[in-house]
Design a protein around this ligand. Structure first.
Ligand code: PLP
Length: 478
């Protein structure tokens, strides 16, 4: 398709600005651009076509099945957007006086209470813009906690080998050294390995539960004991809260700090680098380290408070991605006390149903009951036919289905990590199972067809390494 600059015709435009009704102001030469601003010149109709065409080349949850493991790409009810779009929420300015935005502050205050209730935490900040950003905030809190006790030798964060790459990255960014511990043959944290790693230099443990293999860390209480006894804190990576929300509270199983990915569990659109929110909750003894400002209430009035002596400062301008918090709040209030655990159970049921429907063909990496996602390995298939997990993923594109996460977690060879999500019907899962089974058969009879896939998409196999290492992000005008 043509780029917007290639659609440009000199002189065309869509007049959107009213005539100037204020005194013109002449900028000083040094304040001016050295060169005319190069904008595409197109009509409103052309812009509309451009974006519609772009949209048709993009695959989203609203286009079809999207079982991307570890990401919870579930359907986002439209009411969330409707509420977030109300002018009282969307047409405000972050510097507006607090008395003119009491409803917005009340929404943040209520969100803090509800998400603390769901996670078993005492206080929460909505500043971080994503899960990884929340991890950094949480780790800074861990650092400040140990520093406040003059316990400065604690410079190690323990991270199981099933963890998302952001965990060790965030630990490093916060100034810690991350220590990887390998999982047991059951895919769970190996208690002996944890005991061996935990000691006087342990600042904390980062854990995802259920972990990225879709398995619930059933020894979590013992894990928490080992880490606490060694003097460390427990950080909960909340990316996989979906199958346990409203059922198990991380705070009740020993975690001290939690982040949520509102753009995963709490039904906010994500992908393509759109805005997210990674609120961080903590137990009361850590609250003083939370970022500022925080929303407080006094005599029915809400206000921002920043006068916390031990705060880490701010993680982001203003108050985080407020409209994302509103979407999550709307979702949570819509489902309520009954609906939240029901959604969690549907996620688990759907994943187990799909796993059972495929396990006679594709090998399940860690057999047994799964939570909201499961990991298959295409290794036996590859040995037999030469068809890899990547070939399966690319072939799914020709069936208008988003591939699952592949080659993660790294401890499983040729991994296909599937998360059907709670919002899929039995029909759509059955449809997906049918396609996976067809692809398996095709791999056995005509592997070359899978090596060639995709053939029906706008672009074929891309050079992903070059795209990542040498991205072309600007239009070349010459
Ligand atoms: C997505 C994810 C993260 C990172 O969250 P972002 O919001 O993408 O920054 C961390 N851990 C796990 C297990 C995840 O799935």
């Amino acid at each position: 398709m043509k780029l917007i600059f290639e659609r440009s015709t000199p002189g065309l435009s869509c007049e959107v600005l009213p005539p100037c009704d204020v005194e013109p102001y002449e900028l000083k030469p040094e304040q001016r651009r050295g060169q005319e601003l190069r904008l595409p010149e197109v009509t409103e109709g052309e812009i509309s076509r451009h974006y519609t065409q772009l949209e048709s080349q993009t695959f989203g949850v609203n286009s079809g099945y999207y079982p991307l493991g570890s990401c919870t790409m579930k359907y986002n009810p439209k009411i969330n957007d409707e509420i977030a779009g109300l002018p009282g929420f969307s047409d405000i300015h972050p510097l507006q006086p607090a008395h003119t935005v009491q409803g917005c502050l009340e929404a943040l205050h209520l969100a803090e209470r509800l998400f603390c209730e769901i996670t078993g935490m005492d206080n929460m900040t909505f500043q971080p813009a994503a899960g990884a950003h929340g991890e950094l905030a949480g780790l800074i809190m861990i650092k400040k906690y140990h520093d406040s006790r003059q316990d400065e030798k604690r410079n190690k964060i323990i991270v199981p080998d099933t963890a998302h790459g952001t965990n060790p990255a965030s630990a490093t960014m916060a100034g810690f050294t991350s220590v990887s511990i390998s999982s047991g043959s059951d895919g769970l944290v190996d208690l002996e390995a944890l005991k061996a790693a935990a000691g006087e230099d342990t600042a904390g443990l980062m854990l995802t539960n259920p972990n990225t293999l879709g398995l619930f860390e059933k020894n979590i209480v013992e894990i928490a004991e080992i880490v606490h006894k060694a003097g460390g804190l427990l950080y909960y990576d909340g990316a996989n809260l979906n199958p346990v929300m409203g059922i198990v509270r991380p705070g009740d199983t020993g975690f001290d700090i939690v982040h949520l990915n509102l753009h995963k569990t709490f039904s906010t659109p994500h992908g393509g680098g759109g805005p997210g929110a990674g609120p961080v909750g903590c137990k009361a003894f850590l609250s003083k380290f939370l970022p500022v400002p925080r929303v407080e209430e006094k005599d029915g009035k809400f206000y921002f408070a920043s006068d916390y002596e031990d705060t880490m400062g701010s993680m982001k301008a203003f108050y985080g991605n407020f409209l994302i918090v509103l979407r999550a709040l709307t979702y949570t209030l819509t489902l309520g006390r009954k609906g939240i655990p029901e959604a969690a159970k549907s996620a688990v049921l759907n994943a187990n149903y799909m796993m059972k429907s495929l396990e006679d063909l594709f090998q399940v990496a860690f057999p047994g009951r799964c939570m909201h996602e499961f990991v298959l390995t295409a290794e036996p298939l590859k040995k037999k036919t030469g068809v890899s997990a990547l070939d399966i993923a690319k072939s799914l594109l020709d069936h208008e289905m988003h591939p699952p996460t592949v080659y993660f977690p790294q401890i499983v060879h040729e991994a296909l990590m599937i998360e059907p999500t709670d919002t899929e019907s039995k029909q759509s899962i059955d449809e997906a199972v049918k396609v996976y089974r067809q692809l398996y058969e095709k791999a056995c009879t005509d592997p070359e067809a899978l090596h060639q896939a995709p053939v029906k998409t706008a672009v074929r196999r891309l050079d992903e390494v070059t795209a990542a290492r040498k991205p072309i992000l600007r239009y070349n005008f010459d």
